[in-house]
Design a protein around this ligand. Structure first.
Ligand SMILES: NC(=O)c1ccc[n+]([C@@H]2O[C@H](COP(=O)([O-])OP(=O)(O)OC[C@H]3O[C@@H](n4cnc5c(N)ncnc54)[C@H](OP(=O)(O)O)[C@@H]3O)[C@@H](O)[C@H]2O)c1
Length: 249
């Protein structure tokens, strides 16, 4: 079913994080050539690349701060220079910058969180779209969050709002891309076990898991498998959708 991904050029943002690194490994295992994007964690990006090269896979690392549109443009350009084209863009980088309760959330925290989770993915898509349009094919997958449904946790309203914006952009981009053979979808992740939660200062892990109907935390691989499905021919008749991977949450 995933044979169609062999040789595809896939750019994965936030590839040094929990979910991104699982995506990198799964796509490479299916024969895709992967772009490992990172922001600060160069060591992890290089370690991932070395592990893939040792297995005979094709991979390269790219650094960019995705809250800066100029760096986004450079990133896509560098990826295409290295791989020749872009078949799949996975907008996975994200996070809660300044986790704060509503009454203490600053303008800067709001803006930075929107820049990373909503503005960045849009401008990455914009850079990829005109290239995919020329190829008459392409796949864009945006990684959203169950926060878009709940309006965030007590310290992440701004993050939930940014992911809701990303889901709306997914529908708009999908309508634009459809006549050009470009499919755009989003994956709405539930509670997934990654460093994301430490960064947010979460201390209620067990309590949170009890609220999940399937009674377990999601794993990065759960998200990676959905991305693989949507990027492959298995998802050929799906566009403009937000698919929830959250154990029933
Ligand atoms: N974990 C969950 O429960 C969960 C649930 C739903 C959705 N999500 C979403 O899933 C995606 C991946 O999350 P994760 O759990 O894997 O988080 P993570 O382990 O914290 O990884 C976050 C990734 O984002 C990158 N990043 C952070 N700030 C950046 C910036 N300014 N520019 C470019 N890249 C930046 C990091 O790069 P460096 O490490 O190289 O700096 C890292 O690769 C995010 O969009 C998140 O919102 C997560």
């Amino acid at each position: 079913m995933f044979e169609s991904l062999r040789g595809k050029r896939v750019l994965i943002t936030g590839a040094t994080g929990g979910i991104g690194s699982a995506m990198v490994c799964l796509f490479a295992d299916c024969g895709a050539q992967v772009g490992i994007h990172y922001h600060r964690n160069a060591a992890k990006a290089q370690a991932l690349r070395r592990a893939l090269l040792a297995k005979g896979k094709t991979a390269a690392c790219f650094k960019a701060d995705l809250s800066q549109v100029s760096q986004i443009r450079r990133l896509v350009k560098a990826f295409v220079r290295a791989f020749g084209r872009i078949d799949v863009l996975i907008n996975n980088a994200g996070g809660v910058l300044e986790p704060k309760p509503i009454e203490r959330l600053s303008e800067k925290g709001w803006d930075r969180t929107f820049a990373l989770n909503a503005k960045g993915p849009f401008f990455l898509a914009q850079e990829a779209l005109w290239r995919m349009r020329r190829q008459r094919s392409g796949r864009i997958i945006n990684v959203s969050s169950i926060s878009a449904k709940y309006g965030g946790s007590p310290v992440s309203l701004h993050y939930g709002a940014a992911k809701a914006a990303l889901e709306a952009a997914t529908r708009g981009l999908a309508r634009w891309g459809a006549p050009h053979g470009i499919r755009v979808n989003a994956i709405r992740g539930g509670f997934i076990e990654t460093p994301f939660h430490q960064k947010m200062g979460r201390r209620d892990r067990r309590e949170r898991i009890r609220k999940i109907p399937l009674q377990r935390a999601g794993q990065p691989l759960d998200m990676a498998r959905m991305a693989l499905y949507l990027a492959s021919e298995a998802g050929d008749f799906i566009t403009g959708e937000t698919i929830t991977v959250a154990g029933g949450d």
